[in-house]
Design a protein around this ligand. Structure first.
Ligand code: ZN
Length: 230
């Protein structure tokens, strides 16, 4: 059963990732008629909303774009920072969406920020526990399997809740991005808007896949904890 779960969730994540890569490859070649770069659009959005304490930077890598609320930095991958494609503008505006959430104290963003520490701890435990159990077995240690499964379920539960909170944060940032890009005229109606929307919608699917995977693992360990009790 663990193999079905492992292969199934892996396939789901790979599929979502592949769809994103394909949509991004296609629409990062479609120039926006406004002629603006991702960095220019991001700066305009921040200016329009009176956000002066967030700085925009270019970083290496593909689709490494993110907003860091602790540093108040908006990191855009070089392709999106310098790029003038509808994909670049979509991603840049999406990251501005997170800066706007931060400015407006959007509740799910704050829940997500508050959950980062616990989530990092829980995901670390998820790697350590099976390894420790395996190693302990070889030196003759006997573990209480119900306890191990319960701890695994708890840690997976923390990760699952984090992935769940991530969903409204990501969907909201994308819906803000679509509205702003349309209203400021950075992305023209029709094919440009459709392409930009496609990239953002497919990017959201990767977060949905991550949530479904963590939910499946959580239920699996919960079931294991229950069945080893009987
Ligand atoms: Zn995001």
């Amino acid at each position: 059963m663990i193999w079905i779960l492992f292969i199934g969730t892996m396939a789901l994540s790979l599929l979502a990732m592949l769809m994103l890569k394909m949509a991004y490859a296609k629409y990062s070649k479609m120039p926006a008629s406004s002629g603006l770069t991702g960095a220019e659009v991001a700066q305009r959005i921040l200016d329009m909303n009176g956000i002066r304490d967030v700085t925009i930077h270019a970083i290496s890598g593909s689709l490494t774009d993110h907003y860091d609320p602790t540093q108040k930095t908006l990191m855009l991958s070089e392709e999106n920072y310098y790029g003038r494609s509808v994909a670049a503008l979509g991603v840049a505006a999406h990251e501005c969406g997170h800066a706007l959430q931060h400015q407006q104290a959007y509740a799910p963003l704050h829940w997500r920020m508050a959950a980062v520490g616990a989530t990092n701890f829980a995901s670390g435990m998820l790697y350590i526990i099976p390894f420790a159990g395996f190693a302990g077995h070889f030196i003759g240690l006997h573990f209480n399997y119900q306890l191990i499964a319960t701890i695994m379920a708890l840690c997976m539960g923390v990760v699952m809740v984090f992935q769940l909170i991530t969903l409204p944060v990501e969907f909201d940032a994308s819906s803000r991005a679509k509205k702003i890009l349309g209203s400021m005229g950075a992305v023209a109606p029709g094919a440009e808007t459709a392409g930009m929307s496609r990239v953002l919608d497919v990017a959201a699917l990767t977060y949905v896949a991550a949530f479904i995977s963590s939910l499946a693992y959580f239920l699996y360990y919960l079931l294991r904890a229950q069945s080893s009790r009987n």
